[in-house]
Design a protein around this ligand. Structure first.
Ligand code: SIN
Ligand code: MN
Length: 285
């Protein structure tokens, strides 16, 4: 099934059939085999614009959720924008993001973390090699790797602007040994050592899924990933929803609640046109 069929299928028959439509069997198998699935052009230019037009104002705010790059005012990541911005709140309940993850995690899900990662032109710093579940398990006591990321590109991702790099199949390794890196960037991360990365890359290689704004990338929480710095003049804004099965909610509440959320209420998907509705409202305002 193509992504167009994925979207058309949702519109035409999901409501009629009264059940969740989403990933094909091939896409599900691909996710389990490789640890990720890339879905080009899931959101159109109008929907991307509704979100992108909010970003400069969010990044300009002096608020705790904005983490800036080391030695620069450039925003590295904004946490929890779904809690204080209407467009991102809608994205956090968007059926095209929520339903495929419910399908893969097999049940109700809640938002563990929500990030807008800027990777600013010239200033965007690296994300070292890591597994997200490494942090969620060690810092937040998330019981199982029954959680995952779904990312939406708000700008084109190319080989130049610091694309995400994955080691395919590395999600099958379980939670790997990691060290707590508090130095390299402005944000602490449980990172893997070079020997581990070399061994995994010998087995699985490296991929860097690239695509236009509106594309979506889903990846397993144990998939080893990283991204290089962005020395290009092109921004690389990506939104990440980290979603967790409600039964698997975190047990330790030491990180701030805007980094590791405590609201375990199952997410109810909104109608498919929830972002377009905002765009129409803006036109008529
Ligand atoms: C992450 O791994 O959480 C973010 C990586 C990136 O945005 O490049
Ligand atoms: Mn990560």
């Amino acid at each position: 099934m193509t992504i167009l069929e994925f979207r058309l299928g949702r519109r035409s028959s999901a409501a009629e059939m009264g059940k969740v439509m989403g990933l094909s069997q091939e896409q599900i198998q691909e996710f389990h085999r490789q640890g990720y699935v890339f879905l080009p052009q899931v959101f159109d230019a109008e929907e991307v614009a509704v979100l992108m037009r909010e970003v400069p104002d969010i990044f300009a705010q002096d608020r705790k959720e904005n983490v800036r790059e080391k030695g620069s005012r450039a925003v590295r990541t904004t946490f929890a924008a779904h809690t204080f911005n209407q467009a991102f709140s809608r994205l956090g309940q968007h059926p095209r993001l929520i339903e495929p993850v419910m399908q893969l995690l097999d049940g109700p899900i809640y938002m563990h973390q929500f990030k807008v990662n800027a990777k600013a032109a010239f200033d965007g710093d690296v994300w070292q090699w890591h597994q997200d579940y490494g942090t969620w398990a060690r810092d937040d006591l998330m019981p199982e790797p029954r959680a995952m990321n779904i990312a939406l590109f708000l700008e084109d991702v190319t080989e130049f602007n610091g694309p995400l790099m994955f080691i395919p199949k590395s999600h099958k390794q379980g939670k790997l040994e990691a060290g707590h890196d508090l130095e390299t960037t402005s944000y602490p991360l449980w990172t893997l050592d070079n020997d581990t990365v070399r061994r995994l890359v010998d087995e699985g290689g490296i991929v860097a899924p690239k695509g236009s704004a509106g594309s979506v990338l889903m990846f397993h929480c144990n998939l080893v990933h990283a991204s290089p710095s962005n020395i290009s003049p092109f921004g690389r804004t990506i939104v990440y929803l980290s979603l967790c099965h409600v039964d698997n909610h975190i047990r330790r509440f030491e990180r701030p609640e805007w980094i590791a959320h405590r609201d375990f209420t199952p997410i109810e998907p909104l109608p498919d046109d929830c972002l377009k509705e905002l765009s129409r409202e803006a036109e008529h305002a």
